[in-house]
Design a protein. Structure first.
Length: 323
């Protein structure tokens, strides 16, 4: 619920809390600490001082500021990645920063029309850094544009009705914050553009040749028993590009299809020489078809003797032939 006394917010009031820098504290810790501290400073002792001020979770608050400016380090328990990168954040201490009044300026009129930022730390010994100024400027720029530049960024001591040195060295950064608010942006470095792509490279693996002897294949001839096929190796690499430049390579797959060996049969069969064939001869008349000579009594005895011998020779031939 907005405070009925709230006016158009046209002042940003800078404070220093004179506390530890508390980089290791959570948002909840800071919200409760500032509420408890405000109560202890008598804001809670008079019910008239409360006009609906609430913590972000809706519980009653006595915070004396709208935001706490906190330095962020690796120790900050609930910081976002962006807050860690910038090193500073504004922790919202009350539920409705634009509609609720906090008691921070020491000047009621300024309280009704301002946002108060309590920067954690003792700024008598430290100063706001460039990124701290940028975060504050980024917060206020939209309100300044809305009011067409009719806003003011002031130190506590410039508006308080009582004497104070607050915000100490933060005053040295006030003009830098104003310059950043007037700029179109605070000039944060752009986040790098990270893209990825896959590169696929396929190489050939030559097949080998194996020979086998085939005794059934004619010598001097060859016959393919298994066709050779080249294998392949395919490597897929994920390439990371940062602002268009390669920054990382990572092999995501490496697949090999082995080659198929060519098998070649080599013939070793030699035909034997043909068996020799005897040349043909005149037919032999078997002895049993040879008519034996006939003895003629009228011929001389010598002739008949030869005839007798010839008959015996023919009989011998017949025996040999039939053996």
């Amino acid at each position: 619920m907005a405070d009925v006394n709230r006016k158009t917010v046209d002042y940003l009031v800078l404070h220093h809390a004179v506390t530890p820098t508390w980089e290791d504290k959570s948002k909840d810790f800071l919200i409760n600490w500032f509420s408890d501290n405000g109560f202890a400073r008598a804001y809670g002792s008079n019910s008239a001082n409360w006009s609906g001020l609430k913590k972000p979770n809706g519980q009653r608050s006595y915070s004396q500021a709208h935001f706490a400016g906190q330095r962020v380090t690796s120790k900050t328990p609930d910081a976002t990645a962006d807050e860690r990168k910038k090193g500073y954040r504004l922790v919202q201490l009350v539920q409705d920063v634009w509609g609720q009044i906090t008691w921070h300026a020491g000047n009621w009129d300024i309280n009704t029309r301002s946002i108060g930022i309590e920067n954690l730390g003792d700024y008598r010994t430290i100063s706001l850094r460039e990124n701290d100024c940028k975060v504050i400027a980024d917060f206020w720029r939209a309100q300044d544009r809305k009011l067409k530049g009719n806003t003011a960024i002031v130190g506590h001591k410039e508006v308080s009705d009582s004497a104070t040195a607050c915000p100490a060295n933060i005053m040295n950064s006030r003009n830098r914050i104003v310059t950043l608010v007037n700029a179109s942006s605070s000039g944060w470095p752009k986040d790098p553009t990270i893209t990825t792509k896959n590169e696929t490279v396929t190489t050939s693996i030559p097949y080998e040749t194996e020979t086998v002897d085939d005794p059934n294949l004619k010598k001097g001839t060859q016959e393919i028993r298994q066709k050779g096929v080249n294998g392949t190796r395919t490597v897929v690499t994920k390439i990371t590009l940062t602002d268009g430049k390669e920054t990382k390579r990572e092999v995501v797959s490496d697949t090999t299809v082995p080659p198929v060996t060519l098998i070649m049969a080599i013939g070793s069969y030699v035909e034997p020489d043909p068996e020799p064939v005897d040349p043909p001869t005149d037919p032999v008349t078997p002895p049993d078809v040879i008519d034996p000579p006939v003895i003629d009594p009228e011929k001389p005895s010598g002739v008949n003797f030869l005839i007798t011998l010839l008959k015996k020779f023919i009989e011998l031939l017949k025996k040999i032939w039939n053996a």
